[in-house]
Structure formats: C-alpha cells, structure tokens
Design a protein around this ligand. Structure first.
Ligand SMILES: *Cc1c(COP(=O)(O)O)cnc(C)c1O
Length: 346
C-alpha cells in the first residue's frame, strides 16, 4: 500500500480554532488588542525593545529597509539564493538588490564574498537564516552596514532574531510560524515608530509608497497561537530531521546524496537534499511517482545583472526539499526515507 505524503501540511488544533473564534466574536477584526498582544510576545521572544506586526513578510522587509533609510539610488546586499521577496523589497524602495553568493555548508550569505560587492551606494545587508540554519550575523555586521535578519525560516532559537540591527519575519501559511499571511518587524523604538507610521495610510498626505501594511486581529490571533507553541513545533521538526539524518547517512557522501548540515544549532524549517548527477526537477518527479511531495525550495529570480554566483546556481539546480513538518507521522517519515533510498540506490 502506498501513502501520499504532501510536501507541506499546516499544524493547527483547538488552540488556533479557539483563538480565531474568540477574535471573531470580540468584534475587533482590525485595530483591536490582539495585534498588540502578538507584538509584545514577539518582542519578548526576540529580546527586542519592540515588534510591529504588518501584513506580510515582504511588507516587513520593505518597511524595515525604509526605516533604515534605504532610498532610491542605494544598493542592498541580498543572498543570491533567497526568496524573490528580498529583491522586491529592495526594488520597492527604489534601490538595487546586489546578489552575493551563499556558502555550500548552509546556503547562507557568504561573509567572505560580501566585501567585493560593496560600493559607496551600499546601505544595508539582508541575511536569511536559510532553511533554519543561523546566518553569520556577527561576521556581516563587521562590514559596518546595518544588517537585516530575515527570520521567516528560523526564529526564537540559536540567537535567530536578536543579533542584527533589525529582524523581520513572515507568517505566510507554510512558514515556521504560519497564520495565512502576515509579517513583523523586530527592532528598536525609532524604527518601530517609523514602521507604525508607514504601515497605515489613514489621515496622511497622498503618497504612492504609503500602502496598507496592517495586520488584522484575526491573523494576529492565529500568529500568537503559533508563537505560543513554537518550541513544540521546533522540537517536533528536530525529531523528524534526526530520523532522516540517521536513516539517510549511509547514502551520504560517496553514496551520492548530500544531506543538509546539521552541526550548528539550528531550527529545522526545511530538509533540503541534493542527489549527485540529478537536477531538482528529476528528483521531484521520481519522488512524486512514489507518492512523496517534494519541492524546489527557492525560485531563481536572478537576472544577468546579478552575476554568476556559482554556489547559488548549484542550489537552484539541485536542492530538493523533503516533507518536514510537525504533523508528519512515523509511517509518512518511513515512506519518505524509503523513496529517497530507492531513488539514490537505483
Ligand atoms: C516567505 C519569505 C519572505 C516573504 O514573506 P511573505 O509573508 O510571503 O511576504 C521573505 N523572506 C523569506 C526568507 C521567506 O521565506
């Protein structure tokens, strides 16, 4: 008997359902107390003076960059292997995204390659904790530019969220903490004041850069219930990643399989693998034929302007994300492991 294992499945229960029902019944669907409660809980978790909830991770990034003073004509360093939302946030400020290559160890922005990408126009560096592995924020801060830490894949553990000048996160449905849509900026009081000012257009002069970036109370209720169970979500993911590591280790290295780096303290948001000699599309198709949903974790947004970035190119070509989420059952994990073994040993 084969079982179908989806690539993603959301984690929710009575906690989420009751929180949303209470928000609906409260009569405050927007501008109510739940947004403030979420902000207080996020700030505490990230050990920041303030957090400001917004409508999306992209909005959080855009407002964080503008809060740091990024303006038309400026340049912002972003990882070449990253969500296109980073490039869009920079472009929305009228600035230019400068892609810098990532490391093959954890697919994070490579501090050794940043220097060559800097110019007098450089205004900030955005680093993602890719797949939950902490980016080297300390090394990036040494360049003297503000560092924005993107915590959509890793937050609240291993110093993720509290080391940079400004952190942002996303509550998109399938992220580490999902709430449908939503985001937040974690920062000091001046930037928080800026983001609060600019997430709203009410009673303000006409301005094409002043959009509606507010979060609803219904979303905040959902996000807060996910934050409250973050440790449980992270522990469950780590447990599954540990099983994958143990079962797949014999195929790693000369066996043809590259497993994600698990040495550093990390959060297991994604479990990306690479199969020697095969591109991502062929691995995904082979796993799909065995009922396993796998996916290319990041879409290649780069233009010719972004240069070669060989490590990012390799990641876009070969990385495949396996199912890894808190509700993945032992039988489903076994099915994933069996399918990967068959694929590699074929
Ligand atoms: C999803 C994602 C974003 C954008 O978040 P949205 O809420 O979808 O706008 C930004 N950065 C990273 C690393 C992401 O994974």
């Amino acid at each position: 008997m084969t079982i179908a294992v989806p690539h993603n499945r959301l984690t929710h229960g009575a906690r989420e359902a009751e929180a949303v029902a209470a928000a609906v019944a409260s009569g405050y669907w927007a501008g109510g107390p739940r947004v403030g409660s979420l902000e207080a809980a996020l700030a505490e978790r990230a050990r920041r003076p303030a957090a400001v909830a917004v409508g999306s991770g992209l909005g959080a990034l855009r407002l964080a960059l503008r809060g740091l003073g990024v303006a038309p004509g400026d340049e912002v360093v972003v990882p070449a292997y990253s969500c296109v939302a980073l490039a869009n946030a920079v472009l929305a400020c009228g600035a230019r995204p400068v892609a810098v290559d990532v490391t093959p160890a954890d697919w994070n922005l490579d501090p050794a390659k940043v220097e060559a990408a800097l110019s007098r126009a450089s205004k900030a560096i955005v680093a993602v904790h890719t797949f939950g592995a902490p980016a080297d924020v300390a090394a990036l801060k040494a360049f003297g530019l503000p560092v924005v830490e993107d915590c959509a894949h890793g937050f609240g553990h291993a110093g993720m969220g509290d080391r940079s000048d400004v952190a942002i996160t996303s509550f998109y449905a399938t992220k580490l903490m999902g709430a449908g849509e939503g985001g937040a900026v974690l920062c000091d009081a001046p930037i928080a004041g800026f983001v609060r000012q600019w997430r709203d257009y009410g009673d303000q002069q006409p301005d094409g850069t002043r959009l509606n970036d507010k979060m609803s109370d219904i979303t905040a209720a959902l996000a807060l219930s996910q934050l409250q169970r973050l440790d449980e979500l992270v522990a469950r993911r780590a447990n599954i990643a540990g099983r994958y590591d143990a079962a797949l280790a014999p195929l790693a290295g000369s066996g043809g399989l590259t497993l994600p780096g698990s040495t550093a303290a990390r959060v297991w948001y994604r479990y990306p693998i690479e199969v020697a000699g095969r591109d991502a599309a062929s691995v995904i198709a082979a796993l799909a034929a065995k009922g396993i949903g796998a996916a290319e974790p990041v879409w290649d947004w780069r233009t010719a302007e972004q240069g070669t970035c060989a490590v990012a190119a390799r990641a876009y070509r070969g990385l495949v994300s396996l199912p890894l989420y808190p509700t993945l059952s032992a039988d489903e994990q076994d099915a994933v492991i069996a399918a990967v073994k068959m694929l590699v040993l074929d």
